[in-house]
Design a protein around this ligand. Structure first.
Ligand code: BDP
Length: 683
């Protein structure tokens, strides 16, 4: 044992790389040269900005940088103007963002040139699905960083404060300016005074880096916490209870952001319990927070088992209310119409509600992407989403432009479901940090490419040089940066291939959403929570008919999409089985039959992951041992489980297609009955 430790240390010294645990995220530079910072403004954030510059300056020694808070019409909100010797902004927070941008450019070896940087969205939030008992719903990186249990669980410790500060700083470095710190499946207890004290303590720390704090609320709180007879939004007692509660919160936290609400969704209470509507519920809360400048983020993630097609329900329920929500209500809509699936078309609500502020909700935590075990860089998916053309106001009405104020003039906001936890490296998988990073960067600028963001992130996270004024070593760029970036960029499509290619969706095993389970159904479980509901395989074909002869969900899309999606010949193949029930013999564009194409896609997904392993192993000389080993181990499980996905899906669907797996494809190596038995059960 001792000998191997010595050898390990010697190897580290020899390679010049120190052991890394990933705790420093993308903020790991430890070299700074002197700089003169000119400018002053009495505020914590301004001082934080100044200090960041002093601590991390990597430009010319003794250079002078001016920090200037001064209104300029070109600068919007917390945007800033950056040049090589000046950062100018309307607000102190703009100065802080400018500082982080300048440091990022230094650390990624860019030449700073004069440019204005404005945010795409006013509010850029993380949503934490953290429970008050410290567990995290769909969290794969340990426990909650906000909530602890035990006798002293509510006592704010120095360690809590340290973590919240690091968290706030990391968010500010990528432009995130808000966090909802408890699960949307909200415990009413969050509104009890002792919990609110802790919320205040968190808010006090997040504020130093410009983050506003939000909480998720349970719609039945007046009844459960307040002891009222009901929580009917039109009951004057209920209205008053919320007003008083809101007053209590703002007394503790004067800059409190507002509430996030999941109502009448998946069993959560809501206004419909009292025969009222989403508008009644949202507006009642909006009126309560309005005097303090608060907002209500009302989620449109609703569906019930009685309807014929889950994909249609949010649109059907919300579009009729367009124009009726208060100005401080924002309807929060998941990117796709079902639920963060590997690939979904955009949710047709985007662009369709023209008189309502609509905010996209993306999922950073990898609920449907192999948790924190698979290496999946999600930015390409989000890029595809932002660039999807809704055609709602003519060609070019992309989701980005429909939501960022370019087309509709409402409040603008975006939310990402966080992947952070108490794990040393914050996110479970070292590469999962890239998804947090990419979300923040895209929330700031929805036109950034996934390529550019991956490039930045790798340079910041794996830079072998502590002194960035030394040029990046050529061999590092060729042998690490380039191939690893390629892995990241391919990883999204690879996971679609081995999980759900060609428009397949929601064929996960049971409720952990990790492994495959297209067969999964149980007596007594509602139909839309079973998997055959989504794929409809039979001896003729497979897929969900959402055309006019089926559920007609295509009708929710604006022309020409309605026609394009609705026609088997013109429907993009990546959405084929989303919109159509397609015969196994259907001829694909490349001449393959549908069945063969399904087989090739699953197989190519597995091959891609095997290739990722090769690339990572080759990169070993350029990575510290700690992170190399952790990623290598996970890639093994990733490759193993991608194979299970392929075998499970091909063997299962073959029972319907009754066709051979093309002979140039490697045979499955698992038996279906064994996979079903093992279930790849995950917590
Ligand atoms: C689903 C998750 C569930 C969440 C729900 C939501 O499986 O845990 O509570 O979404 O967004 O994706 O409310």
């Amino acid at each position: 044992m001792r000998v191997s430790v010595c050898v390990f240390i010697l190897l580290l010294i020899a390679s010049g790389l120190k052991a890394e645990d990933g705790s420093g995220l993308w903020l790991r530079n430890n070299f700074a040269s002197p700089v003169n910072v000119v400018g002053s403004h009495k505020s914590t954030i301004f001082n934080v900005a100044k200090q960041e510059l002093l601590n991390n300056w990597q430009g010319k020694e003794n250079a002078t940088i001016n920090l200037l808070v001064k209104k300029d019409k070109r600068i919007i909100g917390d945007g800033f103007l950056l040049s090589s010797d000046k950062i100018q902004a309307n607000t102190d927070l703009g100065i802080l963002y400018g500082v982080f941008e300048l440091l990022r450019q230094q650390q990624t070896h860019q030449t700073v040139s004069e440019k204005v940087y404005n945010p795409s969205y006013e509010l850029r939030l993380l949503n934490h699905w953290d429970n008050l008992n410290s567990s995290v719903e769909r969290g794969y990186a340990g426990k909650s960083i906000f909530w602890r249990t035990g006798e002293n669980g509510l006592v704010v410790t120095e360690n809590d404060k340290r973590i919240w500060t690091e968290y706030a700083r990391a968010n500010a470095s990528i432009g995130i300016n808000g966090a909802a710190i408890n699960n949307v499946n909200a415990s009413p207890d969050i509104l009890r005074p002792d919990r609110l004290e802790r919320v205040k303590a968190i808010a006090d720390i997040l504020r130093t880096y410009g983050l506003k704090l939000y909480i998720s609320i349970n719609f039945s709180s007046p009844k459960i916490v307040g002891g009222l007879s009901d929580s009917d939004p039109l009951n004057p007692e209920v209205i008053n209870w919320w007003k008083e509660k809101v007053k209590e919160i703002y007394t503790l936290i004067p800059d409190f952001g507002g509430f996030l609400v999941k109502a009448n969704s998946e069993g959560q209470p809501g206004p419909q319990d009292y025969g009222r509507t989403h508008v009644d519920g949202a507006n009642m809360l909006a009126d309560a927070v309005k005097p303090y400048g608060g907002i209500i983020m009302w989620r449109a993630f609703v569906y019930s088992s009685e309807e014929d097609d889950r994909a249609k329900q949010a649109y059907a329920e919300f579009v009729p209310f367009d124009g009726q929500f208060r100005e401080n209500v924002i309807v929060q809509v998941k990117n796709g119409p079902i639920d963060f699936q590997p690939r979904e078309p955009f949710n047709p609500l985007f662009g369709a509600m023209k008189k309502t502020a609509i905010m996209p909700e993306l999922q950073i935590t990898q609920e449907y992407f192999g948790h924190s075990t698979h290496l999946v860089y999600l930015a390409p998916m989000w890029e595809e989403f932002f660039h999807s053309d809704t055609h709602q106001e003519g060609t070019g009405s992309t989701v980005a432009r429909c939501t960022d104020g370019s087309i509709f003039k409402h409040r603008t906001a975006i939310a990402g479901v966080a992947n952070t936890g108490t794990d040393t490296n914050w996110c479970g998988h070292h590469f999962a940090q890239a998804n947090w990073y990419a979300y923040g960067r895209m929330a700031w600028n929805n036109q950034l490419t996934s390529d550019q963001i991956a490039d930045e992130w790798i340079k910041l996270t794996f830079n072998p040089e502590t002194n960035v004024r030394v040029a990046l070593p050529e061999d590092w760029s060729v042998n690490f940066l380039k191939p690893i970036k390629q892995v990241m960029l391919e990883s999204y499509e690879a996971s679609v291939n081995y999980m759900m290619p060609l428009g397949f969706h929601h064929i996960f095993q049971a409720s952990h959403h990790y492994g495959p389970g297209p067969w999964w159904e149980r007596d007594g479980v509602r139909k839309d929570w079973t998997m055959p509901y989504y794929h409809n395989a039979d001896t003729i074909g497979v897929g969900f008919n959402r055309t006019i002869t089926g559920s007609n969900a295509v009708a929710q899309y604006h022309e020409p999409l309605k026609s394009i999606y609705g026609n088997l010949e013109t429907c993009p193949e990546e959405f084929l089985l989303w919109f159509h029930h397609v015969p196994w013999n259907h001829k694909m564009k490349n001449g393959n039959t549908l069945w063969d194409e399904i087989c090739y896609r699953y197989d190519s997904g597995v091959k891609q992951v095997r290739q990722f392993q090769v690339v990572w192993d080759k990169a070993q000389p350029y990575v510290d041992a700690g992170r190399f080993d952790a990623v290598q181990r996970r890639l093994r499980t990733h490759a193993h489980d991608a194979q299970i996905w392929k075998d499970a899906c091909l063997l299962y669907f073959q029972e319907f297609s009754r066709k051979p797996i093309p002979f140039d494809i490697e045979r499955p190596i698992h038996n279906l009955d064994e996979i079903k038995k093992n279930d790849m059960d995950r917590p």
